[in-house]
Design a protein around this ligand. Structure first.
Ligand code: PEP
Ligand code: MG
Length: 517
């Protein structure tokens, strides 16, 4: 972003454009706003005032933008204790898992030793608008302190981070508060919406009623990805663990599924009612087992490559009752929302499909469950395209899918063969420095490779169904350059973390403007 692109500059731009008030001037105004300005207005930023107390400790992957400061806590439990005492806290740990989410939500910022743009800590932090720096591979955490090179910070001492640059500092940083409510920003985004209307939609990824309301306030036109496994965190983790560890078709399985169904139904109705009448795409469970079972529980489920293991549709095929239960929970949620006097609108999406017969089988179970529903509420059934094989065989897959949504996190992982959890801190930074890669492919879509696979899948899918609705719900859905690529490739909508929705609205309008130049 150029120096002169400040909030004052934006205010002047909008005032001038409003005084002339022609379509041309509005379009030029929208085209001239850097997406980085909108991003910086959405988050707290590090104050520009230099501070003697701050000392640069090191750098990691800038996983979730914004600056944050607080005292170091090493676990979710100590975050909760410290926030109870009124402290502002930064969670520092090797990596995060669903069990940490209660603490993550309460933290001002998150720092992890391992991970990258598409790892658990990064995806969750971006979703909640919490600044995060991940993959700080030179950081060591001992019982009482962290060590980065020669520098040490004790648990309970102040640490600061800038999630936009990846920098970490010891000491307390002065912050400049975010300014989301600026009316000129609202005007620019409304003009952006007029420009992209009828061309490309912007949805959000959300799995709670609260985040859905926030997404709506940021201008989301639907939920493109509701990750149902995120509904099984915290207190509910034992329930999903009990289900996974129970025998197929056992009494134990039945009981755990009943409990899960009640929880799922109420969560889904919150999300669907907050977004009604706009659509919510409910992604059925995709729980990488290592994230859900602690090490001590893994035993027979232990996998060398859990991200390539019993995930998504694969677990569902091993355990037929799982997706049937989730479908019943959704049916219940739809009727609950209808009873509230709203117009519920939800679809079902199947994760990690690589062979169309996987989709056919689970689709047949879901269709049995929804057969007696009234037409108006009946969800359509689509698939994520997130394995290279699903993309390559998209012509076949499209015969069984009502819509496609690209999971570009997994697709990038699998097309490159780069682990989304481990590769960024060591290899990607080095590859960028050496000029082997021009950007982090987990941040900006790799046009040549992953992009090629995406275009192929769109062309093949629309050969079968020219009206096939196609979205993107991986993290790239909130990245401006990637949005331009997706629009040109023929995508109908992008879906991203709620906090990235304003940037995506602007980027989508700019993509439309540049394609009609
Ligand atoms: C993806 O893979 O891009 C995706 C959206 O799914 P998840 O990140 O939950 O694996
Ligand atoms: Mg995925």
């Amino acid at each position: 972003m150029e120096k002169e692109h400040t909030l004052d500059w934006l205010i002047d731009l909008v005032e001038n454009a409003k005084s002339i008030n022609t379509e041309e001037v509005k379009k030029n105004a929208v085209a001239s706003v850097p997406t980085s300005l909108v991003e910086s207005l959405m988050h707290n930023v590090a104050s520009t005032k230099p501070s003697k107390e701050l000392k640069l400790l090191g750098k990691g992957v800038p996983a979730s933008p914004g600056a944050a400061t607080g005292v170091v806590c090493f676990s979710s439990d100590s975050v909760l204790d410290a926030t109870d005492e009124g402290e502002k806290v930064i969670l520092v740990c090797n990596e995060t898992s669903p069990a940490d989410e209660i603490g993550m939500r309460m933290a001002e910022g998150i720092i992890t030793v391992r991970g990258g743009m598409a790892s658990h800590a990064a995806v969750v932090a971006r979703g909640w608008g919490i600044p995060a720096v991940v993959g700080v591979s030179e950081m060591e955490i001992s019982e009482t302190e962290i060590k980065i090179g020669e520098n040490k910070v004790e648990e309970g001492a102040h640490i600061s981070l800038d999630g936009s640059t990846g920098e970490l500092f010891s000491g307390e940083m002065e912050l400049q508060e975010s300014s989301e409510e600026i009316s000129e920003l609202k005007v620019i985004l409304d003009w952006a919406d007029e420009i992209r209307s009828g061309h490309i939609k912007v949805r959000a990824n959300s799995d709670t009623g609260k985040d859905t309301e926030r997404a709506l306030s940021f201008g989301a036109e639907g939920i493109g990805l509701c990750r149902t496994e995120h509904m099984f965190m915290g207190d509910r983790l034992p329930l999903i663990q009990r289900f996974i560890l129970s025998g197929d078709e056992s009494e134990e399985e039945k009981e755990s599924l009943n409990e899960l169904m009640a929880a799922q139904r109420s969560d889904l109705s919150e999300v669907i009612s907050a977004m009604a009448p706009n659509p919510v795409t409910v992604r059925l469970l995709d729980a990488p087992l290592h994230e859900f079972l602690g090490e001590e529980m893994q035993d027979e489920w232990l996998e060398h490559n859990p991200m390539l293991g019993t995930r998504g549709v694969r677990l569902a095929i091993l355990r037929e009752q799982l997706y049937r239960m989730q479908t019943r929970a959704l049916i219940g949620a739809l009727s609950d929302v209808k009873e509230m006097g709203k117009k519920p609108n939800a679809d079902i999406m199947i994760p990690l499909v690589s062979e169309v017969r996987e989709l056919n089988l689970v689709r047949s179970w879901i269709e049995e469950e929804i057969a007696s529903m009234e037409d108006e509420l009946r969800p359509s059934i689509g698939t994520m395209i997130e394995t290279p094989r699903a993309a390559i065989t998209a012509e076949e897959v499209a015969k069984s899918a009502d819509f496609f949504s690209f999971g570009t996190n997994d697709l990038t992982q699998l097309v490159f063969g780069f682990s989304r959890d481990d590769i960024e801190s060591r290899v990607i930074g080095m590859y960028i420095n050496e000029g082997i890669l021009s950007a982090n492919p987990f941040e900006k879509i790799d046009f040549q490779g992953v992009g090629h696979v995406i275009k192929h899948a769109i062309d093949e899918g629309r050969k079968i169904n020219p009206e096939l609705e196609i979205g993107v719900c991986g993290e790239h859905g909130g990245d401006p350059e990637s949005i331009q690529f997706f629009f040109e490739a023929g995508v109908d909508y992008v879906s991203c973390s709620p906090f990235r929705v304003p940037v995506a609205r602007l980027a989508a309008a700019q993509a439309v403007l540049s394609s009609f130049k």
